[in-house]
Design a protein around this ligand. Structure first.
Ligand code: FAD
Length: 499
């Protein structure tokens, strides 16, 4: 029988996406069976932002077998327990979208439904008091899970903030050790086979590189997926109108906090990502409602440490390729599409795509049925994340600028309308199991954005009220004691992984 194995893979692009792909592929594929080559152009460079992650990154880290303390040290990373959203519902408001559990589920019903009831009765304090991550954020504490039985300390969910440039270098080192062939050079032309598949790419120096399968990690332009294969792009800016970001690092003023801060502004929002050696800042804005100059000023006014480099403007169009995988080209990272970093999902989408690639790994036949299924699953994943982001903008009481008036009044996708309507009735979340964000994430953001349900889960009323009050007090006390036990975030880094 003819050998139909993929023998040569070329990754075009050496940003976060390119090196995430390289590290995973060289780990999983033996170099004797399949050569993995990465072509990147230092002259073009990388986008160089993308510093906040979500806890699922630990699955990727496990796959490539990295030592977490070493990784944190070398990428000057910090730990992340939540995102704090300030001024999103209205100016002066603030809430956490925290990782991990909220309270403790009872009788098969999620804790937050019990809390909704007691809150309505005036017998419960804010949800953060019952959430380990939020309480730890307030006190700037951090540690990894320990074996502590039923204690919330046994189940601490966390992610990282890291320096994007150092992350790519770190993955490059791992990949090269595992057999990655790295080529420096600028791709100038692409050759196609008769069936429309990509055959090879040619560099500025005239060298031509052939492969069976190509992974396009060339950034926004999509050198192969778009420029060579003309796959097309779905524009989502009707729902997510921001199209620009101005970014700049600043000096660390004090110890790093264990969370990302996102502050809503007149025409978008500003992020603050603490690293060990600096703070990453950026203002994501809609150019229809503010100028670049005004946006730069807004960013600078919002910094709490000395500016370390000149602000840089990045343009983007929110949306995705019509197909993530087309013929023998798979697009990853910015080449696949872009959604603003409001919930730090882009790096996750690279990792999720790699995981799906391994599920549907092709042969030289490139079975269309697998490619279609890959695209169907990716489409679903992207759309549900898109809806989660839209929620932040749409569910707001802000009316202090044309931008916010637009967001409040814009039509939203029907699936999101359905989710909001159901939550408003009884706190339930109409979530499909495969969606990335779980019920707790939806609850935290909907409630935080000011959507207060009329009622709660029907089974909650079966629980005696005095017993419930006692339980809630107990849970709150456990959170206080647990966070008392945790070291400060800074102390944890100093002890385990100081850069
Ligand atoms: P790039 O970094 O643009 O890399 C493209 C690569 O292709 C480069 O190596 C370039 O040299 C190469 N290349 C291009 N053309 C050629 C050519 N002709 N020949 C050879 N090589 C070529 N994600 C998160 O998860 N969390 C965040 O907090 C976050 N924040 C973000 C903030 C902003 C403002 C933006 C724009 C993105 C953010 N992202 C975030 C997304 C994240 O930055 C990207 O998903 C990630 O960096 C992947 O980028 P990339 O590797 O796809 O593209």
């Amino acid at each position: 029988m003819k050998d139909k194995r993929i023998r040569k893979i070329i990754i075009v692009g050496g940003g976060t996406a390119g090196y995430m792909a390289a590290a995973a592929l060289t780990k999983v594929l033996s170099k004797d069976n399949c050569q993995v080559k990465l072509i990147e152009s230092e002259q073009i460079g990388t986008v160089g932002v993308g510093e906040a992650t979500i806890p699922q990154i630990q699955l990727y880290n496990k796959l490539i077998g990295l030592d977490e303390n070493d990784f944190v040290r070398k990428t000057k990373a910090t730990f992340k327990l939540a995102i704090q959203f300030c001024d999103w519902n209205k100016i002066g408001s603030s809430y956490y979208h925290a990782f991990g559990d909220v309270g403790k589920d009872m009788e098969g019903v999620q804790f937050y439904h019990y809390w909704l009831k007691m809150r309505q009765l005036g017998k419960a304090s804010g949800i953060d008091d019952y959430t380990l991550s939020s309480t730890a954020c307030e006190q700037q504490k951090f540690m990894r899970s320990i074996d502590a039985g039923n204690s919330p300390l046994s189940n601490i969910a966390y992610a990282f903030h890291f320096d994007a440039g150092l992350y790519a270098l770190y993955l490059r080192e791992l990949s090269e050790k595992a057999g990655l062939v790295r080529v420096e050079g600028k791709v100038v032309t692409t050759q196609l086979q008769e069936n429309g598949h990509v055959e090879s790419v040619t560099l500025e120096n005239g060298d031509t590189h052939e492969a069976d399968f190509f992974i396009d990690c060339s950034g926004f332009r999509g050198l192969l997926i778009e420029e060579a294969l003309h796959t097309g792009y779905d524009d989502w800016s009707e729902w997510l109108p921001c199209d620009s970001a101005v970014t700049a690092p600043s000096e660390n003023a004090g110890s790093p906090i264990p969370y990302t801060r996102s502050t809503a502004k007149k025409a978008g929002w500003q992020w603050r990502i603490p690293l060990q050696h600096r703070i990453g800042n950026g203002y994501v804005y809609c150019s229809k409602y503010t100028s670049d100059q005004e946006a730069k000023q807004t960013l600078l006014d919002g910094l709490d440490g000395k500016l370390l480099a000149e602000p840089r403007v990045i343009r983007f169009k929110t949306g995705k390729r019509k197909q993530f995988w087309n013929k023998n080209v798979l697009a990853l990272g910015l080449a696949a599409g872009f959604m603003e970093p409001l919930e730090s999902t882009s790096i996750h989408l690279v990792q999720a795509a790699l995981s799906k690639l391994f599920t549907f790994f092709p042969t030289l036949s490139f079975d269309q049925v697998d490619i279609d299924e890959y695209n169907r699953q990716s489409e679903f994943e992207w759309q549900r994340i898109r809806d989660f982001l839209i929620l932040h903008y749409h569910a707001t009481e802000r009316d202090d600028s044309d931008f916010w008036l637009h967001c409040r009044n814009m039509p939203i996708p029907p699936e999101l309308t359905h989710k909001i309507e159901q939550f408003k009735r009884n706190g339930r979340v109409a979530r499909n199991d495969n969606e990335m964000f779980n019920d707790l994430s939806w609850f935290e953001v909907m409630y935080g954005q000011g959507i207060i349900p009329d009622s709660y889960h029907a089974l909650v009323d079966n629980f005696p009220e005095d017993e419930l009050e006692r339980r809630l007090q107990g849970i709150k006390k456990v959170m206080v004691n647990s966070v008392d036990y945790m070291p400060s975030h800074q102390a944890f880094i100093d002890k385990n992984c100081k850069a």
